[in-house]
Design a protein around this ligand. Sequence first.
Ligand SMILES: Nc1ncnc2c1ncn2[C@@H]1O[C@H](COP(=O)(O)OP(=O)(O)O)[C@@H](O)[C@H]1O
Ligand SMILES: [Mg+2]
Length: 301
Amino acid sequence: MPDPVASALGLVASWAGRPVTHTRIKGGLSHYIARVETDDGDRWLLRVLDPKIAATGLGLPLNQEIANTVVAAGTGVGARVLHELPGALILEYIDGLTLDAPAVRARIPQVAQAARALHAGPRFANDFSIFRKYDGFVALCREHDLPMPDGFTDWTGAVRAIKETLAKRHITDVPCHNDLLPENFIEAQDRVRIVDYQLSGNNDPCFELGDIAAEASFDPDDVERLTRAYFGTHDEALIARVRLNVIMSNLTWTLWFVVHHGLVAQQRDFDYNAEAATKYAKATGDLTDPGFGSLMDAAGR
Ligand SMILES: Nc1ncnc2c1ncn2[C@@H]1O[C@H](COP(=O)(O)OP(=O)(O)O)[C@@H](O)[C@H]1O
Ligand SMILES: [Mg+2]
């Protein structure tokens, strides 16, 4: 067990004032997450942050993530923050169902509602742009000679064109999560909560929706339903905007796996290349689709 985890567990026991046991939760690839419980039935979620995630841009600086987790908790969407430790958090344990892709597709109105509630809360202190993240990861891959998928940088012009198209319409930034894969949604007591604020920051809400759609493999009808549920209106330009953000999510998070694999960890039980290849294939499929041009036209109106 890494030392920061052992020392955080020791601090949890002294904070609780009772002996605790812990069970690791294998979730994402980034941090050490465990359910901690006492004999008398109290349970909490311990999240010990890995500084390497922040150092490589795969996540926020730790203090920023902690501050944003506190803001999100205040909206009722995030888990309550019970205690801050150095580089770690003790959170409310949300007893519920962690979603998977079919479960997200089956709960589009509830997922839209959770995003709206987070977005209606106080702004975070930091901003997030998927285009900045994309540029940062490309630069990092070049600097460390990490293997981007074949032809990856051939899409640079298309990315610039998407950025220019989206800039034609002003959309007010809101406090976004920016990494809404299904496993960051937990359904409890008939509503959907959101955990894991590792990439949060103020951003275009259409990226949030596009990212949800990309991660849960939405078809275009699902994207339309999500966009309509979120905005409460049918707007073709917004639907196209969300679909362009699906592409940006798949392209940029392709490199998240390349960077994680190259600079952080090489977990034997996880196929980083397959994950990157799947996302990249989805992105290139959409970029070469005959409907791409009309998507750009619709989003630019
Ligand atoms: N507050 C919580 N209450 C209950 N379960 C949680 C909580 N936070 C996270 N989890 C569970 O742990 C998993 C991994 O946690 P997460 O914060 O998403 O870490 P990672 O950064 O590794 O993705 C989640 O998918 C969820 O199943
Ligand atoms: Mg997660």
